[in-house]
Design a binder for this molecule. Structure first.
Ligand SMILES: Cc1ncc(COP(=O)(O)O)c(C=O)c1O
Length: 376
């Protein structure tokens, strides 16, 4: 019998051990607390350099980054965008908010990222873009996706919201497509509070995204609006936090990789769960730790989650495949989404963050092992 911890272990937690406080106070003292101020431009410059693109535009969150990317590429009513069903809802919501039609595709049989064979099948005369999602920090099969995009003259918007510093084709995820979109929500590997970034190597797209972010205003003529835009700007306060976090991202990711390795070791050869998924298309980063039950599991996912909760461990299910939920059931699809259903219905995410201790992981892994041997 495992002794229950009294202090809950959250699924994610922040590490503010760098310049966060100093930069935020500096921004407050400067009185530049809205969307002008030195931290915005510093954060954008540093993030572009980090990802390896010539441009980075900060925005108020990752969902708006995706919407701005679509709008900047003039994607809207009458256009189709190919997107995986196994993703966080924001990816598809952005397409719907742009007025375009999402076309859902399946995952690979042995990996949760989208299947290029399905992507090719989904291309129609209305297709304008593909949104590969580097889910849970694992890069997609970008060579195959870029080839399809080139063949059919499609844009590629990378949803790298969960994949800061992952790599594919020798580059950082987010930098190989037309536009890359990131999120800095508080549970990501680095945060700005709320926040997001569009990155691109195209100067004209950078300019268009900046204009749309700021009410469609002409950059040389104040209060002259060339088109209908939005207010999707990041604040200087958020950028101050983001810059301080970016300065520490390598340490954060090293610690996450080390801790994920401990989970892998503790779950080795455990009946009822699949071995940890490799990252076949490039260097992954460790965002949430994912564990998938297999057909030999003696417990259901819900039973496992409930059991973990009893032990004060905050775990959560992997994303439900979008096509199973009311707002998305009627979205266009060209094939079965059976793999999305496996990954979306049999996985759990376990706590992973730099301040987690080795003994916390031992405790969590012991509880999982124990629960998997209990017949409910
Ligand atoms: C895959 C994916 N896309 C998009 C988003 C949207 O980012 P945000 O929450 O910053 O709007 C998220 C974030 O949570 C995400 O995980």
């Amino acid at each position: 019998m495992i002794a229950k911890r009294q202090t809950p272990i959250p699924i994610s937690n922040l590490t503010f051990t760098g310049n966060e406080e100093r930069y935020v106070l500096d921004a407050v003292h400067s009185t530049w607390v809205s969307s002008l101020g030195k931290y915005i431009s510093q954060f954008e410059r540093s993030f572009a350099q980090f990802i390896g693109t010539s441009h980075a535009v900060s925005v108020n969150n990752g969902t708006c980054a995706l919407l701005l990317a679509l709008k900047a590429l003039d994607i809207g009513p009458g256009d189709e965008v190919i997107v995986p069903s196994f993703t966080f809802a924001a990816t598809v919501n952005a397409i719907l908010h742009a007025g375009a039609e999402p076309v859902l595709v399946d995952c690979l049989p042995n990996h949760w990222n989208l299947n290029p064979v399905d992507v090719e099948k989904a291309v129609s005369s209305s297709t304008k873009a593909i949104i590969p999602v580097h889910l849970y920090g694992h890069p997609c099969d970008m060579p195959a996706i870029l080839e399809i995009a080139k063949k059919h003259k499609l844009f590629v918007i990378e949803d790298a919201a969960e994949a800061h510093n992952a790599e594919c084709m020798g580059k950082k995820t987010g930098s190989v497509g037309t536009i890359g979109c990131f999120s800095f929500y508080g549970n990501k590997v680095m945060t700005s509070g709320e926040g997001g970034m569009c990155v691109t190597n195209d100067a004209l797209l950078d300019e268009r995204i900046r204009k749309l972010r700021d009410h469609g205003m002409n950059k040389d003529k104040r209060y002259w609006h060339d088109e209908i835009g939005y207010n999707f700007r990041m604040t200087n306060l958020n950028a101050a936090v983001g810059l301080a976090q970016l300065e520490q991202i390598e340490q954060f990711l090293d610690r996450r990789a080390y801790l994920a390795g401990i989970y892998d070791f503790r779950f080795k050869n455990l009946t009822g769960v699949k071995p940890p998924l490799q990252s076949p298309f490039g260097k992954k980063i460790n965002w949430m730790y994912c564990l998938f039950l297999d057909e030999f599991s003696s417990v259901s996912r819900d039973e496992l989650l409930a059991g973990l909760k009893e032990y004060n461990i905050d775990a959560r299910p992997t994303f439900y495949p979008l096509h199973l939920m009311t707002p998305y059931v009627n979205l266009k699809r060209i094939s079965s989404l059976i793999n999305a259903e496996f990954f979306g219905m049999s996985g759990i995410n376990l706590p992973l963050y730099p301040s987690l201790k080795e003994e916390d992981i031992t405790y969590i892994a012991d509880v999982v092992r124990d629960l998997l041997t209990i017949k409910f």
